[in-house]
Design a protein around this ligand. Structure first.
Ligand code: PFF
Ligand code: NA
Length: 460
């Protein structure tokens, strides 16, 4: 059997544990936290949904992140090649490499809509800077968003600019410069979110918003809500598709995978909860509907920017940082597609980036049209659960609620039941026997069972 590489030889490693945490957080923290988390929480009734989501992060997300980073570091290659290498080495079926293939497909599909939403954020940088939010009320701010959605050409323009940004960065090789950008801009985004929470405490219905987020009312949570919470745990942590494997392949050997995965998950969760605390007090103070859907942050935050002193500056800065967060996540979505074209098809990095990027850009049209011309087109309406799902809704569902949890389930089973025990123990390097045994118990039983139960519940 071929020997297993310790780490990539042809690429520099992350300069430190912190650098890896920053890069992995760069992928994790993005639109999922600030755009998606608040709106799906609103749609699913608040507290109970948030509680299930937090449980999914702790019992499913963190173990799977650990498992992914472990596979990546042990394999030392791109996800598919790491899986191929490890299965050969441990004498396992090569079918496990399917995890990698599914991950690339999911990356491709996710980026096609992620870029369109990233485009909304770009559009809002300009809107904030122009001062149109000044003194706006819920109606006028809502109308601005409605106008943006109604115009496919404007959406196409912003989607295109977003994709061009991502293509340029990926084509030039991602490592250089990214560490520094994330190092400075991510903490700044965090600070700005704190400012927005401060505004919500002073000027919003903070108690009502807080209660909505943290007081569980299980009568409001549907079976579909459970799956959405599970899917979002995967989406927000960039799990189940090999992205964390790819980053893990650059992780130095002496760094603790467990501590690192926990740190990334805590940062990601904190950002999401802060976004929720900034938004829901505004929702209630302005008589808005928590379940109003994907436009939620674009209909609430501008209300605050329009009223607070320095709102033009804060607003422009906030949406700029949101774009940066979205771009660092988008890079981690395009990268596996390009790597696959390079490795499997022998295409150069530049051509690979262009081919992959253009294909994703084209697919993005489906999402753009889902918000206007095709807003009433429900391709799978013959299936009751998908009765009123647009193409965008279906792309989101297929990736976050099906492909990512399925990938994660396979990863948990692979590392928990099949991969060499000795290798797992070496990689994890948890000194304490009881802690190690407990972790393995969670990875082997709790994590797979939890994913399976939510899946099966949704089928029946
Ligand atoms: N985790 C990102 C977010 O929360 O915005 C989205 C994402 C990035 C999902 C990369 C999947 C992925 F592979
Ligand atoms: Na996230």
């Amino acid at each position: 059997a071929p020997s297993v590489a310790d780490a990539r030889k042809d690429n520099p490693m992350w300069s430190s544990r912190l650098a890896f945490i920053l890069a992995a957080s760069g992928s994790a923290v993005g639109l999922g936290n600030i755009w998606k988390f608040p709106y799906i929480t609103g749609e699913n009734g608040g507290g109970a949904f948030v509680l299930v989501y937090l449980l999914c992060i702790a019992l499913i997300g963190i173990p799977i992140m650990i498992a992914e980073v472990m596979i990546g570091r042990r394999g030392g290659r791109s996800p598919i090649n790491s899986l191929r290498m490890l299965t050969q080495h441990d004498g396992l079926s090569s079918r496990w490499t399917w995890i990698g293939w599914m991950g690339i497909t999911a990356s491709f599909l996710i980026l096609s809509f992620y870029s369109v939403i990233g485009g909304w954020a770009l559009a809002y940088v300009g809107q904030s800077a122009s001062g149109v939010f000044a003194g706006g009320d819920a109606d006028s701010i809502g109308a601005l968003f409605g106008d943006l959605l109604a115009d496919p050409w404007t959406l196409l323009l912003w989607h295109s600019i977003f994709m061009v940004l991502v293509i340029i960065i990926v084509a030039r090789g991602i490592r250089s410069g990214m560490e520094k950008a994330i190092n400075i801009l991510m903490p700044l985004l965090f600070v700005l979110l704190l400012v927005m929470v401060g505004y919500a405490i002073n000027s919003g219905e903070f108690v009502q918003g807080f209660t909505f987020l943290f007081q569980p009312d299980f009568s409001k949570l549907t079976t579909a809500g459970f799956l959405t919470a599970l899917g979002h745990a995967f989406f927000t942590l960039s799990l189940g598709m090999g992205v964390m494997m790819a980053y893990g392949s650059y992780l130095p050997k002496n760094v603790s995978i467990v501590k690192t995965a926990v740190a990334v998950s805590v940062v990601d969760t904190a950002v999401a909860l802060l976004a929720g605390l900034a938004i829901f007090p505004l929702v209630f103070a302005n008589g808005l509907e928590p379940g109003s859907g994907p436009g939620l942050i674009f209909q609430t935050l501008p209300l605050a920017f329009g009223k607070m002193t320095g709102g033009v500056l804060f607003g422009s800065l906030f949406f700029t940082l949101l774009v940066v967060a979205a771009v660092t996540s988008a890079i981690s979505l395009l990268e596996p597609v390009v790597e696959w074209l390079e490795e499997q098809k022998g295409i150069s990095r530049l051509s690979g980036t262009l081919i992959g990027g253009v294909a994703i850009w084209l697919l993005g049209m489906l999402t753009i049209l889902s918000f206007n011309e095709w807003a009433d087109v429900y391709p799978l309406s013959f299936i009751p659960a998908f009765e009123s799902k647009t193409i965008f809704d279906l792309l989101d569902y297929a990736t976050a609620n099906v492909m990512m949890p399925l990938g994660g389930l396979c990863i948990a089973i692979f590392t928990g039941w099949f991969m060499s025990k000795q290798a797992v123990e070496n990689q994890l390097d948890i000194g304490n026997r009881i802690a190690f045994k407990s972790f393995m118990f969670v990875l082997r039983f709790i994590t797979p069972a939890a994913v399976a139960v939510v899946f099966i519940y949704n089928l029946v």
